[in-house]
Design a protein around this ligand. Sequence first.
Ligand SMILES: [Zn+2]
Length: 114
Amino acid sequence: MSTRQRERKAEIMAQVEKLVEDALERGEQRLTITEIEEIALTTRNQVAQVLTGQLVEQQADRSGVQAPRCPDCGQAMRHKGKKRRYVRTRSGETQMERAYYHCAACRRGSFPPG
Ligand SMILES: [Zn+2]
């Protein structure tokens, strides 16, 4: 595991720990099986959201490694910095910074897929 991966894992674990702590805190009350289910499913969704956010960011880091080719002319596109975007996924909405690229020849910009 790289240093960045370790850092990312620590961030994920801290957030997941907090979610588990919150669930256990709620478990101090008397709960019906339906309420227990509700807590478990909500927590599962939140864990998925944490993981999705981190995986999306990880991809954004990767895309900075190599400039993508313009889909129209095939030339290497230029990195134009990062833009914040909202992305809807099956495990919820997440905010991410996407690398933005521009092709000078075609005057088109794009966010590389990922
Ligand atoms: Zn182009």
